[in-house]
Write a protein that binds this ligand. Structure first.
Ligand code: CMC
Length: 430
């Protein structure tokens, strides 16, 4: 009798039947290897470009229910965390698995606060970038460079070492981000202020001018904290997969976060928030929206900030951010692009093309408008995403390192190139 929790496969080439166990709704791809035509056959593989249907790990960190627009960190709905928690509380939750007690949080916040400084050589290293270097390029380069400052970070099998690198990466990324912003503007760097909150200190490092002490606007400080929470983790997205994949070689976490940040830089991932604002500026007027929607439908253009590999419903982060945008505009004045964004959303959500493909606004659709109204230039938007995502990258890396089933990431390929052929001297090549 066949086990009910199994998958029977008949190989019509040989007539053989295989029963593969099903666990958690999946089969192990390695089980397919027993399916062979003859003994020295390599065995069957699964072909899955872009990993559209491959679970690469087991995880207890983040759940996305894409069909229902649900996102939870360690079981907690994102909406509750955005409303009630602080970013550092969420960072703690992602790494340690539980919300901290007050004393645990105080200690954690203390550690983060006291690791925000970067070595002066890091500052000098950043100075060497061209005056107009993209801040995301600076971030990628500087995160990688941190590995040379903390050589003991190579001890990736030492839990204590991993913990201190987690604290350093979360603490120092805003400092690097703010230095990158000031470098681009030719402004002197502002050192961290330990009296301020995580988001408040970041605002100070961005915007402090000649005043003795920078006082952040509490609404903007809170909004930034919420934006960091909403970006903190998103299970196996492109940059997190890069973090796990590169980290699986047991390289130090600074090199792995540089790779993750590089993955985030692309316009199909964290670069989308910047691309959305550029798109809204290009559209320029609500009257031109139908023209752009048509272009998207013709396949000539992608509506940035729309669509998602996993969400086939409204991205729950976008809902919170849309509400947040109006709160920020009360302080900063309305960003005129919001009217174009809202109208574009309305038209697209009514259109058969978008409805049938289940394309909804994603996290990047409204976030850029908030950043812009805070006075930030567009090329720093993906850097803000990276600050928020750092706890997620580190927690996923920690989970991977502790997972005995994991090994160096090394996919297979289907080779379709030439069979063996022999070198032809250059003079004889046609
Ligand atoms: N505008 C117009 N059409 C779209 C869009 C869009 N933004 N997104 C998807 N489609 C169409 C696509 O052309 C395809 O149509 P068809 O079936 O006729 O060929 C269908 O929808 C499915 O799209 P896909 O490209 O196969 O979907 P994917 O899962 O490979 O890509 C995505 C997901 C996020 C890369 C894509 O939706 C996209 O490029 N969106 C715009 C960029 C963006 O906003 N990225 C941020 C993602 S959320 C934050 C993050 O994770 O960084």
């Amino acid at each position: 009798m066949t086990d009910k929790d199994s998958l029977s496969i008949t190989d019509n080439r040989t007539g053989k039947v295989y029963d593969l166990p099903i666990t958690n709704g999946t089969i192990r791809a390695a089980e397919l290897r027993q399916i062979k035509v003859h003994e020295d056959d390599f065995g069957m593989m699964a072909y899955d470009p872009a990993y559209k249907n491959t679970a690469s790990c087991k995880s207890k960190i983040t759940l996305i229910d894409g069909a229902n627009g649900i996102l939870r960190y360690r079981g907690y709905p994102i909406e509750e965390l955005a409303e009630k928690a602080s970013f550092l509380e969420v960072a703690y939750l992602l790494w340690y698995g539980e919300l901290p007690t007050q004393s645990q949080l105080d200690e954690y916040v203390h550690h983060i606060t006291y690791h925000t400084m970067v070595h002066e050589n890091v500052r000098e290293f950043m100075d060497a970038f061209r005056y107009d270097a993209h801040p995301m390029g600076i971030l990628v380069g500087t995160l990688g460079a941190l590995s040379t400052f903390y050589p003991e970070a190579k001890n990736v099998l030492d839990p204590k070492s991993r913990e201190i690198q987690m604290i350093r990466t979360i603490a120092k990324t805003p400092t690097i981000a703010a230095f990158a912003y000031r470098h681009r503007r030719g402004l002197p760097y502002i050192y961290p202020d330990n009296d301020l909150s995580y988001a408040g200190n970041f605002l100070s490092m961005l915007f402090k001018m000649t005043e003795a002490k920078y006082t952040p606007n509490p609404v903007i400080e809170k909004a930034l904290d919420v934006l960091f929470i909403l970006h903190a983790d998103h299970e196996q997205n492109c940059s997190t997969s890069a973090m796990r994949s590169v980290g699986s070689s047991r390289v130090d976490p600074y090199s792995a976060t540089a790779a993750a940040a590089a993955a985030l830089y692309g316009p199909l991932h964290g670069g989308a928030n910047e691309a959305v604002v550029r798109m809204l500026q290009e559209i320029g007027d609500v009257k031109r929206i139908p023209e752009y929607v048509q272009k998207a439908k013709n396949g000539e253009f992608r509506l940035m900030g729309f669509g998602h590999r996993v969400y086939k419903n409204y991205d729950p982060r976008a809902k919170v951010i849309k509400g947040l945008a109006y709160q920020v505009f009360e302080e900063t004045g309305k960003n005129p692009l919001i009217d174009i964004a809202v109208e574009l959303e309305k038209i697209a959500l009514d259109d058969e093309y978008f409805v049938s493909r289940k394309l909804y606004p994603n996290v990047d659709f409204y976030s850029g408008l908030i950043y812009q109204s805070m006075g930030l230039p567009m090329d720093i938007f993906p850097v803000l995403f990276a600050i928020g995502r750092m706890p997620g990258w580190m927690a996923q890396w920690e989970e991977m390192t502790n997972d005995e089933e994991q090994a160096i990431a090394r996919p297979r390929q289907i080779y379709l190139g030439y069979g063996e052929r022999h070198y032809t001297p250059i003079a004889e090549r046609g």
